[in-house]
Design a protein around this ligand. Sequence first.
Ligand code: CMP
Length: 143
Amino acid sequence: MERTFAMLKPGVLQRRIVGEVLSRFERKGLKIVGLKLMQMDRSLVEAHYKEHVGKEFYEKLVSYTLSGPVVAMVLQGDGVIATVRRLVGPTDVTNAQPGTIRGDFAYQTRLNIVHASDSPASAEREINLFFKEQELIDWEDGN
Ligand code: CMP
């Protein structure tokens, strides 16, 4: 079964909109199989964002990600990687349409409030960085 990783960035906690953002995933009917509040450390941030090392926004991205706790989650279901990316909207928030999470809650790309895996390979890598297999619960919803 397909899984993806999503992370609510520190601004979501600071703005008290964790519930509102989580509800976007839930009301779509997506299944949360892993969820935790955590303060990342620098080595985890560097591992998570390793493809961005050396870019001009990298240091600010690291310091923003360390500025408070994040909510890390794993969602599971057919096509969930693409579905979550559609709900979240594009990385460049100037292209994010109203109705998407970034379109509704972010106006700066640096503070785009949510991260979501962009491919099966990055989903697998990111899930393994943040979660142990025993922290993921593949529950039955009876539907
Ligand atoms: P995210 O999906 O978490 O993946 C990498 C992050 O880098 C991205 O969201 C943004 O927060 C940040 N980012 C990407 N491009 C830029 C940019 N041009 N300027 C500032 N931050 C960026």
